[in-house]
Unconditional design. Structure first.
Length: 363
């Protein structure tokens, strides 16, 4: 009975001291003979203590070498460093939430984040900075990178591919956020975390059709990301399921001025619905419609994507599809962390559900 008590006491002492960092990784524990003499216990009993510690992943026994500590307490674990290559808040409001969530979650995971790749406030500035910051991350030998590919800029595909090639050649794991580096339907080899854009497009289109719209328009900015193409596919599927010819869907690619905006036929008043690729585009189109003398939602209903802060404060509160920004950020960080620890089962694509937010612009 006394021997069993001593066994338990020694086991708990070593377990506690190893977990609290009293013994550091790589350090050899006293030999079984030394402990046998110290505690007046049989060597088989001491051996059982070390066997149990090995089963718990705290030590490793090796014949001829002794028993070595392999456990790293949290405060001693090597801090991972990751680089962010994300749009700045001025370019995309959803990335303000995504970046803040990544920074908060990374602190909890004891991961250091480099944020110089998340400072650009518009696509053209980001285009200039991307390669430079990526090179800096390679030189700093970061452990991984979270990258949201460039969009709405000429030459974006070449730049996105160059960034991922630079990181791959340096053996730096990459996880993509929100969109792929290639346009649809091509898919890269990199893990991708983002919104289920197909489902989002489907649900918004169905919402407008059920609200009485017979004619749908989709408006997006030149050089938009591949995610926009998936939204269009979702819209087309909703039309098909409602027995409407997909050729009735009109696609408009616009610039950043009002020079090439569509003019809407008054004959279709009350039966037209516009889906914009994001809320910022929707706000822009709403201003144009107001100048043209159209009433929202009586004559034209309109919806966007993202649910950015001011969507509910527009002169007609905007119906939109809310992105699960915090979940995207947390999932992307988990996916990268999984790659950093060498998990062969790390996911390739995770598409997350958002939420349709109905407001006055489609009622």
């Amino acid at each position: 009975m006394a021997e069993k008590f001593k066994f338990q006491s020694i086991l708990e002492t070593f377990r506690k001291e190893i977990k609290e960092g009293f013994y550091i990784p790589g350090q050899l524990l006293p030999t079984e003979n030394e402990l046998s003499l110290k505690y007046a216990l049989s060597r088989p009993t001491i051996s059982k203590v070390y066997n149990q510690l090995e089963n718990e992943g705290l030590v490793r026994k090796k014949a001829g070498s002794g028993t070595m500590v392999i456990f790293k307490p949290a405060q001693l674990k090597e801090t991972k460093t990751i680089g962010l290559l994300l749009p700045g808040p001025g370019e995309s409001e959803i990335f303000e939430i995504i970046t803040d969530t990544i920074l908060r979650s990374s602190q909890e995971k004891q991961i250091k984040c480099l944020t110089e790749g998340s400072a650009a406030n518009d696509a053209e500035l980001r285009k200039i900075l991307l390669i430079k910051v990526c090179q800096s991350y390679v030189e700093q030998k970061v452990d991984g990178v979270l990258f949201s590919p460039l969009e709405r800029a000429d030459g974006k595909d070449n730049i996105n591919e160059k960034v991922t090639d630079m990181l791959s050649k340096a053996n730096i794991p990459v996880v993509l956020i929100d969109r792929d580096i290639y346009d649809f339907p091509k898919r890269s080899k990199y893990p991708l975390i983002g919104l289920d854009n197909y489902k989002a497009g489907y649900e918004l289109a169905l919402h407008l059709l059920k609200a009485g719209c017979e004619k749908l328009f989709f408006i997006y900015i030149k050089n938009s990301a591949a995610s926009v193409k998936y939204r269009i596919l979702g819209i087309e599927s909703a039309l098909k399921d409602q027995g409407i010819d997909t050729s009735t869907l009109e696609l408009y690619q616009i610039g950043r001025t009002e020079n090439n905006l569509p003019v809407f036929d008054k004959k279709m008043s009350g039966k037209m619905g516009i889906i914009c690729a994001n809320d910022a585009t929707a706000a822009f189109i709403m201003q144009s419609l107001r100048k043209q003398g159209h009433k929202i939602p009586e004559e034209i209903k309109i919806a966007g994507f993202d649910d950015i802060k001011y969507a509910k404060h527009l002169y007609v509160p905007l119906t939109t599809y809310r992105q699960p920004c915090e979940l995207i950020a947390e999932t992307a960080l988990e996916a990268l962390d999984s790659k950093l620890i060498g998990n062969p089962k790390a996911p390739i694509t995770i598409l997350l559900e958002g939420k349709l937010i109905e407001r006055e612009s489609t009622k």
